[in-house]
Design a protein around this ligand. Sequence first.
Ligand SMILES: NC(=O)c1ccc[n+]([C@@H]2O[C@H](COP(=O)([O-])OP(=O)(O)OC[C@H]3O[C@@H](n4cnc5c(N)ncnc54)[C@H](OP(=O)(O)O)[C@@H]3O)[C@@H](O)[C@H]2O)c1
Length: 383
Amino acid sequence: MQATASAHLHRDHHLFSSSFLLRSPKPRRPPATAVRMSLREDGPSVAVVGVTGAVGQEFLSVLSDRDFPYRSIKMLASRRSAGKKLSFEDREYVVEELRPESFDGVDIALFSAGGSISKDMAPAAVERGAIVVDNSSAFRMVPEVPLVIPEVNPEAMAHIRLKGRSGKGALIANPNCSTIICLMAATPLHRHAKVVRMVVSTYQAASGAGAAAMEELELQTREVLDGKQPTCKIFRQQYAFNLFSHNAPVQANGYNEEEMKLVKETRKIWNDTDVKVTATCIRVPVMRAHAESVNLQFEKPLDEDTARQILKEAAGVVVIDDRASNHFPTPLEVSNKDDVAVGRIRQDFSQDGNLGLDIFVCGDQIRKGAALNAIQIAELLLQ
Ligand SMILES: NC(=O)c1ccc[n+]([C@@H]2O[C@H](COP(=O)([O-])OP(=O)(O)OC[C@H]3O[C@@H](n4cnc5c(N)ncnc54)[C@H](OP(=O)(O)O)[C@@H]3O)[C@@H](O)[C@H]2O)c1
């Protein structure tokens, strides 16, 4: 988040202690003097739940970048933030404490305040007629809740639109960030040759664990370089100059919850209960944007040149695959970008008959993995 961004909290807020957030370059932002078209009487009334968090702040950036039309915006967070001032598109807002009544008159509620808040408050929002787009895992696997990546399965929410809903609320879930980034690259190939098995290894950034985790990585890095003991509050172990198995709880089957999300969500999004998925999720000391190594096994042959061409033509995907200069996707290169980058596209020679491919994918998980995907869903609601 930049100091010059049109969406930001005033400087007394904790987010501004992270110079990494401040330094991130933002693409495509219009000049500050540009006349904003987003505030429109005929637009929906929007609520952003968790507006002070990493994803909440990105919601505001994405709404602004995409000129998402809105009649009004409610800025909602916990009691701790109530009363804080926040400027967005040249207007000043006061953060309000989240309550069920917050959703009176709200058309679209963008939730990113954690699973327990979503479980508590999303039903209250739906009851009051809001369409909730939820970033948490709370409702993703509920059969009647669509789990949507707009480039992949927009049809899953075809029955939910703002027009003609006559005050009826609904819930749509945003998939897990690692799942979104993986499937943005894997789906175009899946459509061509049908994936039968997928092996995913992730390299996940601090940003995936929220603003406080980003601050802790920065603090630990300074502390270790200064020869001090690193402060370990969020992850309970040294993160700077280290990596470790994802912090999600480990289940009885030995997989952690993050890994199982990749397994279960892929099946739901592809509407394919047979696809075999396995994953190993690792936290790496990268500030922002996840990387994933993905091994694919297909039902039909798919050579690497065809795969590269398919990916070049895929919406929301950019190919960075320069073998001669050893230039492939990196988290830094995709930070603050909308597109998911794919490279290292190569035949998996352990599989015969062109039935396997290896790819390496990077995506900004606060953006495409969370806020951007949710706002693309909200854009579909306006159609
Ligand atoms: N970070 C990612 O890349 C990512 C990706 C996909 C999904 N998500 C999901 O998005 C959610 C938020 O993630 P984040 O990374 O933005 O976390 P974060 O930076 O820690 O922000 C959490 C937000 O939730 C608010 N909140 C906490 N308790 C609340 C309460 N009782 N009532 C109302 N608001 C409350 C916080 O408000 P205060 O500032 O007032 O405490 C803050 O605005 C999580 O469910 C996460 O799993 C995150």
